[in-house]
Design a protein around this ligand. Structure first.
Ligand SMILES: Cc1ncc(COP(=O)(O)O)c(C=O)c1O
Length: 507
C-alpha cells in the first residue's frame, strides 16, 4: 500500500469517526481507533510500512504529537512494530485482543483436583474470623445509614476546579508514589488546623497522610503490636476498628463504656496489660458519650505506667453542635503515647479515602517506612487539591455550613422520635457528630436486628446497637445517621421508622 493511499484511508476513517458519538474523543484517540480498526479489518495488511509521523501529520492535518501519541500506543499494544532506522510497520502477528466492541469471554476456572469433591477451600483462621459475621457496614445509601452523607452542601464545582488546576499544570512529581508521609503542604495545613481547633501537639512532619482511619489503624497495629497482644476496645465498639485490630492478630478485650467514656473496672486498671487502647473520646462510637477530663487523665496515666499506646479516633469532632469541640486526648498527653487519627470522610466525602495519623516524633522514621513499604501511598494530585481547599478557607466554610444543616436534621429527627416514642426510648450522643443512638429499655427486650431488617425492607438503613457489642450484656438500640436526609424530608421517614419500632415494642 502506498503512503498516500494509506493517508487517504485514514483521513476517510477519521472523518467518519467525527460524527460517531462513541469515539467523540480527543484526536489522538480517534486516530488510534481508526488505524487499529483498519489493521484489524485487514484494510491495512501486515508488513505495510507506515509513512513517517511528520508525513502523516501533514496528510491528516494533525499535529505531530497527536500522530505520535496514537502510533506509540499501537506500538506498545503490539499492532505496530518499530524497526530502528527503517520505520514503523504493521505487525505480522496481531495482539490477541480483538476489537473493543467484541465481548471478551474468559475461560472458566475449575478448582484444583483435591477440592473438586465439594470440600470448600479453607480461609486462613484470621480470614475465617474476619468474615464469620457480615460487616455492620454493608453499604446502603439510604435514609438513616450512619456514615452516609448527602452532597447538597458540598461545593462540587469548586472542588472540580481545584483538581482541574493540578491536572492542567501536570506536575509529574504529583503522579509519583507519595513518599515520606504524603504531600507536605497538606501535612502542614492539617497540622495547623489540628493545633488550632483540636489542641493537638503536632508538627507538619508528624502528620502522615493515609487512606483513612482504617489504614491508620492497620498501620499502627502492625507497627506497634505483636500477634496475640491484648488490645482494649470500647464495648460497644466501632466495627471498622474491631476488624482492623482483629486482622492484626490482636486479642480484643471489651471494656465497658459509661457516660464518661471508656470505663475500665478496678481490676482492669490494676492488672490490665494491653499493648494498645482504641478509644473515641470526643464522641464514643456508637453511644456518643464524651470522655470526661478525669477519665482522660486516668487513661493517660495508666498508659504511661503500662507503657502502652493509645489510638485516639477523632472521626467526627468537626460537628460539635454546642460550643467549641473538646480538646483532643493527644493534646493532654505529656508522654507521646497517643496516636491521633482523623479522617476526611465526614467533611469531604467517604470515597475520598484520605485521612491522617499524627505520630509521636520518635516513631516517625518507622511509620514513614511502614506506610511506604506496606501500602505504597499515592494520590498526590488529590492531596494537592485538598491542600488548596483547606488553605483557601473552603474547608472551614464547609464545616460551618454542614454544622448548621446537620444540626437542623438532628433536631428534627430527635423531636419526631421523642414525640412518637416518648420514654420508650432514650436518645444518646446527640451533642455532636452525624448519628444518634436510640436506646431501648431493657425490660422491653426489643429485637433491634428485627427492626433493622424491617427498616431495610422499607428503604431505610438503621444499625442494631446490639451488633456493636463484643460481649454480653448487649444493649438493644438503633444507630441512626441523620446526615443523609434533608430536614424537610425527615418527618415522613421518621414516621415510618417510628411505626416500625412501635410494632416491635411490647404492650
Ligand atoms: C468511629 C469511626 N471512625 C472512623 C470512621 C471513618 O473511617 P474512614 O476514615 O476509614 O472512612 C468512621 C466512619 O463511619 C467511624 O464511625
Amino acid at each position: 500500500m502506498r503512503s498516500l493511499a494509506l493517508s487517504e484511508l485514514l483521513l476517510t476513517e477519521l472523518q467518519r469517526t467525527e460524527s460517531d458519538a462513541a469515539v467523540a474523543a480527543p484526536l489522538n484517540r480517534r486516530l488510534y481507533l481508526s488505524l487499529r480498526g483498519a489493521i484489524l479489518s485487514g484494510r491495512i495488511t501486515a508488513g505495510v510500512r507506515l509513512p513517517s509521523t511528520r508525513d502523516l501529520a501533514r496528510d491528516l492535518n494533525l499535529s505531530r504529537n497527536t500522530v505520535m501519541s496514537a502510533i506509540n500506543q499501537l506500538t506498545a499494544e503490539g499492532y505496530l512494530t518499530a524497526r530502528q532506522g527503517s520505520g514503523t510497520f504493521v505487525s505480522q502477528t496481531l495482539p490477541d485482543l480483538g476489537p473493543l466492541t467484541v465481548p471478551v469471554r474468559s475461560r472458566r476456572q475449575t478448582p484444583a483436583p483435591d477440592v473438586q469433591d465439594g470440600t470448600p477451600r479453607e480461609l486462613s483462621q484470621r480470614g475465617a474470623l474476619l468474615t464469620a459475621q457480615s460487616g455492620a457496614a454493608d453499604l446502603e445509601v439510604q435514609p438513616f445509614a450512619p456514615g452516609t452523607i448527602e452532597f447538597a452542601e458540598f461545593p462540587i464545582q469548586l472542588w472540580q476546579k481545584l483538581q482541574a488546576k493540578y491536572w492542567r499544570s501536570l506536575d509529574r512529581n504529583l503522579l509519583d508514589y507519595g513518599q515520606q508521609g504524603g504531600y507536605m503542604p497538606l501535612r502542614a495545613a492539617i497540622a495547623q488546623y489540628l493545633s488550632l481547633s483540636r489542641s493537638v501537639r503536632v508538627t507538619p512532619e508528624q502528620v502522615l497522610i493515609t487512606s483513612g482511619t482504617q489504614q491508620s489503624l492497620d498501620l499502627a497495629a502492625r507497627l506497634l503490636t505483636d500477634h496475640g497482644d491484648e488490645a482494649w476496645v470500647e464495648n460497644p465498639c466501632y466495627w471498622g476498628a474491631r476488624r482492623a485490630l482483629q486482622a492484626a492478630g490482636l486479642k480484643l478485650r471489651p471494656i465497658a463504656v459509661d457516660a464518661e467514656g471508656i470505663a475500665p473496672s478496678a481490676a482492669d486498671w490494676q492488672q490490665g496489660r494491653p499493648r494498645l487502647i482504641y478509644v473515641t473520646p470526643s464522641h464514643q462510637y456508637p453511644l456518643g458519650h464524651v470522655m470526661s477530663l478525669q477519665r482522660r487523665r486516668a487513661l493517660l496515666q495508666f498508659a504511661a505506667r503500662q507503657r502502652c499506646w493509645i489510638f485516639e479516633d477523632d472521626y467526627d469532632s468537626e460537628f460539635r453542635f454546642g460550643g467549641r469541640p473538646y480538646a483532643s486526648l493527644q493534646g493532654l498527653d505529656d508522654h507521646a503515647q497517643v496516636l491521633y487519627s482523623g479522617t476526611f470522610s465526614k467533611v469531604m466525602y467517604p470515597g475520598i479515602r484520605l485521612g491522617y495519623l499524627v505520630v509521636p516524633a520518635d516513631l516517625l522514621p518507622a511509620f514513614n517506612t511502614g506506610l511506604y513499604d506496606l501500602f505504597r501511598p499515592g494520590q498526590l494530585m488529590l492531596q494537592a487539591a485538598l491542600t488548596d481547599f483547606i488553605t483557601e478557607g473552603h474547608f472551614n466554610t464547609l464545616i460551618r455550613r454542614l454544622r448548621v444543616a446537620y444540626q437542623a436534621r438532628r433536631d428534627e429527627l430527635a423531636r419526631r422520635v421523642q414525640r412518637c416514642l416518648g420514654d420508650r426510648v432514650q436518645i444518646s450522643g446527640q451533642e455532636s457528630g452525624l448519628h444518634l443512638c436510640l436506646l431501648f429499655r431493657a425490660e422491653d427486650a426489643v429485637d433491634d436486628e428485627a427492626i433493622a431488617r424491617a427498616a431495610d425492607a422499607q428503604g431505610m438503613t438503621v444499625r442494631p446497637l446490639s451488633r456493636y457489642f463484643l460481649s454480653a450484656p448487649r444493649q438493644r438500640g438503633l444507630i441512626l445517621g441523620y446526615a443523609y436526609v434533608p430536614t424537610e424530608r425527615v418527618p415522613p421517614w421518621a414516621q415510618k421508622l417510628c411505626q416500625l419500632i412501635r410494632d416491635q415494642l411490647p404492650g
